[in-house]
Ligand binder design. Structure first.
Ligand code: FAD
Length: 462
């Protein structure tokens, strides 16, 4: 494993503190260490590599182009690629077990299923090997005194509370960030957190005989059911990690499934092709926690030039576009670029430029994630929607310079999320006007539809 050469000469004197050794905190620390900074990373968990585990988060994640670029920047993309599984399409399962496939992009384009803990461990290994890096586990940040530049920490193993000074602090401590908690108590800090009335439950689709994948391996599987859905991503051992996104309350909800018999009967009715592959369904359903789904928006993301929020601490989003980690990784690439441009000690300029550049994109990504929730649970099961997607693919093939599908802009490009979202909304409006004239795929070739399309494309721009 080789790292690109550090861009800074010797170690810079001022020590930096990263709160949170999750995916974003470790990648950020790697970028900072590469630049010659001395970095310490604090995490409340024990070391993942010595038996610790991620708490209450998905087992595997979809990694796409923005995430890959960030991993390439620290030289580990190839290592991660070797332990990831490309997913070229989504495969929808209807209630009768009939399958419909929809490619994610052009031939060869894929999102990748990666194991969260394995990725985090790889980042920790790499970090530990860097000079000037100190990893501290079992250190829970309880409070930050912004005025006194002091961290209030709890040593989880001993139960001992202590304080430490910091000179610059990066809050990568996730959706319920303690660093953000301190900023929330400052003047003119905007903050909102919005929960969906849905929770999620992780379940297992077992490997077939000899570790074979029981479903198509190179696909993200979706069981869209209108008001709820289940998805599954493959693991290297032949199993799939399935996630049920389901209302907390109501006639079809977690509250309506009180015991094993109710769970088994419900799944047999609505996910009949999956149930035979889930022998531990009822046990897992009650043993695994029910996660909640929150969108966090806040601003500013910095306090003076001492403190910066990144990743979920700045912008937690619902997981339906598979972009939360990718967006957090892109934060690291952007910050690294700003340090290169402004200088490694130009913190006031760097932090101000960072939040100015990232905030509109994080807001757009939050909107996109909510938009895709409706698409995944409901619209992908609708034949009219699937027809619309096929028509959009035809438009993209005919006019590749003028029509890039929204999913492609978000997932397979580095276009700012806000620009992708604006273009997607313009294209949705075009499709709303075009689709009433299209009942079947062949109608696309009619002179009237083609004429309208040319006119629309003239107006919509690239
Ligand atoms: C069900 C689900 C599926 C998802 N799927 C995808 C996907 O397919 N693709 C994708 O890109 N994203 C996905 N995400 C989003 C992704 O998980 C997050 O965006 C990503 O984990 C954010 O990384 P982070 O490092 O900012 O925060 P976290 O991963 O939450 O890490 C925060 C770290 O800070 C530590 N910490 C927290 N509080 C403290 C404290 N007080 N003191 C010390 N340490 C602390 C924690 O122990 C943890 O190690 C999904 C999320 C969910 C819930």
């Amino acid at each position: 494993m080789s790292l690109p050469t550090s861009s800074a000469a010797g170690a810079l004197p001022e020590p930096l503190t990263v709160a949170g050794g999750g995916l974003v905190g470790t990648l950020l620390a790697l970028y900072l260490a590469r630049r010659g900074h001395r970095v310490q990373v604090l995490d409340r968990r024990p070391d993942l590599r010595r038996g610790g585990r991620s708490e209450g988060r998905s087992i595997n994640l979809a990694l796409s182009d923005r995430g890959w670029r960030a991993l390439e920047g620290v030289g580990i993309a190839d290592d991660v690629r070797r332990v990831s599984i490309p997913l070229y399409q989504r495969v929808m399962h209807d209630r009768r077990g009939q399958l419909t496939a929809q490619p994610y992009g052009a031939a060869g384009q894929a999102i990748y299923s990666v194991n969260r803990d394995q990725l985090n461990r790889t980042l920790l290994d790499l970090l530990e090997a860097r000079p000037g890096v100190r990893l501290r586990f079992g250190q829970q940040l309880q409070r930050v005194d912004l005025a006194g530049r002091t961290l209030h920490l709890l040593d989880v193993a001993t139960g001992r509370a202590h304080t430490e000074p910091y000179s610059r602090l990066f809050g990568a401590d996730g959706a319920f960030s303690a660093v953000r908690g301190a900023l929330q108590r400052t003047d003119r800090f905007n903050y909102s957190q919005t929960y969906l009335e849905y929770g999620y439950k992780e379940l297992t689709i077992e490997a077939g005989p000899g570790g074979a994948w029981a479903l198509e391996k190179n696909a993200l599987h979706i069981w869209p059911r209108g008001q709820y859905l289940m998805i599954a991503l493959p693991n290297l051992d032949g199993s799939f990690n399935a996630t049920l996104f389901f209302p907390f309350e109501g006639p079809e909800s977690f509250a309506a499934l009180p015991d094993a018999a109710a769970v088994t009967a419900f799944f047999a009715d609505v996910f009949p092709d999956a149930v035979p592959l889930m022998p531990r369904l009822a046990d897992e359903f009650f043993a695994h926690p029910t996660g909640s789904l929150v969108t966090v928006r806040c601003f500013p993301w910095r306090h003076a030039a001492d403190v910066l929020l990144l990743g979920d601490a700045a912008h937690a989003i619902v997981p339906f576009y598979g972009q939360g980690m990718n967006a957090g990784f892109e934060d690291c690439t952007v910050l690294d670029g700003l340090l290169a441009r402004h200088g490694d000690d130009a913190w006031p300029a760097v932090l101000a430029a960072f939040e100015r550049q990232r905030k509109p994109n994080a807001d757009a990504m939050a909107d996109l994630a909510l938009y895709n929730f409706v698409e995944m649970r409901d619209r992908v099961g609708d034949p009219r929607f699937l027809l619309q997607k096929r028509i959009e693919n035809k438009i993209a093939a005919l006019y590749p310079d003028r029509w890039v599908p929204l999913y492609t802009r978000v997932t397979f490009s580095h276009l700012p999320y806000a620009d992708a979202w604006a273009a997607g909304q313009r294209q949705d409006a075009v499709m709303d006007r075009l689709m009433p004239h299209i009942r079947a795929e062949a109608d696309f070739d009619s002179p009237a539809v083609q004429a309208q399309l040319r006119q629309e494309l003239g107006a919509v721009g690239p």
